[in-house]
Design a protein around this ligand. Sequence first.
Ligand code: NOJ
Ligand code: CA
Length: 691
Amino acid sequence: MRAFAFCALCAAVFFQSCSSREGMSVSSPDGSIVLSFSTDSAGSPLWQASVDGKPFIEPSSLGFDIDVFPGGSSEPSSHDLVSGMEVSSVKKGGEDYVWEQPWGENKTIRCHYNEMAVALSSDCGAFMTVRFRVFDDGIGFRYEVACPGADSLRVTEERTGFAFAKDGDSWSIPADFNTYELDYRTMPLEKVPDANTPMTFRTSEGIYGSIHEAALKDYPEMTLKADEASGSQAAAAFTTSLAPWPDGVKARFAGDSFVTPWRTVQIGRKAVDLINSSLILNLNDPCELEDTEWIKPMKYVGIWWGMHTGVQTWKMDERHGATTANAKKYIDFAADNNIEGVVFEGWNEGWESWGGMQSFDFTRPYADFDIDEVMAYAKERGVSVIGHHETGANIPNYERQLENAYRWSAEKGMHYVKTGYAGGVPGGHFRHGQYAVRHYRKVVETAARYEISLDVHEPIKETGIRRTYPNMMTLEGAKGMEWNAWSAGNPPVHYVTLPFTRLLSGPMDYTPGVFDVLLESTKDHPDRRKWNDLDKGDSRVNTTLAAQIACWVVLYSPLQMASDMIENYEGHPAFQFFRDFDADCDWSEALAGEPGEFVVVVRRAGEKYFLGAVTGDNARTVEVPLDFLAEGKSYKAVIYADGPDADWKTNPCSYVISERIVTSSDTLSVAMASGGGQAVTFIPEDQDNLG
Ligand code: NOJ
Ligand code: CA
């Protein structure tokens, strides 16, 4: 498939100019969201928005503080683009088209928006266009700044405001320029001191929204901080706080212009509308790759959980996980269980220095891992190998090897690489600053040249880059499964918060599916050694077994891992779900849910459907109409449910598998235990009979 295969629905693109002070508003195609622009008496640009005729965002600031380096001078002059601005033109337009992606929650996406580009000139000689796009599912706007004649520019502060008309509840992690692996908080908007994005909220009028950004490239990440100074009208107000360079500068650009990522607000009347929104992808640039045939979603297993639970090691010693023999065992298991891929961590030299100098070598396998033998065996058994590059966040060391490492991997036949950045970035850089954003992009582009797809751990946040580079397949970027191996772990509420926060930005490599929920097979194992300070010896997965299965559906990732050690799957009846599961879905819909409470998601892959439902601490039954199934067809529904006596705390592994024949006119009662879940495979009866 060619990634540029856009099929036009009614490919309307229109633009028209307005005189400067008239018509400074633009509404969504359905008219429900209205965004207005104005300048106040000081020439400060402001944006505001209403939803369903009611104030949603009160007048909020726009602009920057910048340093301009004029041609031939090393001394900058400092200016602000937040006052003294005058509107020079307002252009309106829009687009309506359908595009296709090689993989995704939905393969076909409609992009339909109205646009207003407000061009402003500053009394310091700079020009700033604010380009607003309003969709039925939210708002995006970005800045395009030009300072003619400048040699280079620096952003010292971005001053985008988000002033809420109404208070409400919110779900977010704290702002942190180095990590997203933090616990989620539920708090009133007005109490949030700072937050990373996506920050999701429900206003007191029942409107759901989420603030994030799209197309983050060559710019630092945006976080939010409470803005006490903002107008008294607002119920809660935030301003942007960008991850800085070590010298405090927020962004630096060669030349006389720059364009920012999109600042986004997804908007819905139901919480699940946020999950079903394509706003972030629609604000990214179309695919840059000519050919995307080589980019394939897949299920995978790997040599991984043994290291996290402490019974194996990454480094080469008597407990080494990634040996040739173990690798072959995993390849066999994958081949025998309809699983397309395998990851091997700890295959390469350098793990002795993890936590210290962090100098890994990405083309030197350990002596007990025969890469050629492993690759030949994987090929023979039809399994793809995911290479692993733990960089320890030593970006200079990784960039020195980048080209060679990706060429070498491709030559060996490895067309997937999982990267990791566990550690501090040398030189005082933040992991989320512009320096690191440039690095993460360089890796994606280098990998694309060698036809290698990526799974990035400790990444820069997802902002929809996968539309432009579909080889950027999945990322971690929140507390994942590993935390359950060596810390107090992720509470049940985490699983029903992620879909409404982190997952709104794109796929997540959470790596669900641990069946040995209580870690019984490793806890007292003679080989087990504590390796992480947070390990108190009582770690476990804080859900039921059925919830872990449901997470394969709920927590979308085009590379979906069954993360337990294969011994815990062998002979387990419930593993049939993963055998049947297809990571390459065509269509998805979040059917019901509330942040922090529960969620129900269905995905279609070919003619099969997979349903996943997860609840937080409260046991509940959700009635799910099956009207998403093809009309007039009968399906065999295989139901993986919590047992009647299941409870994540006291009896997590009680499960029941049942079967029934259903059609689109049936309703399924999805009963879930506390911290539980349910997963269902729907196989068309005619296909099932064919075996
Ligand atoms: C952190 C990653 O999230 C995890 O998956 C990996 O095993 C370790 N780093 C070691 O690379
Ligand atoms: Ca991690």
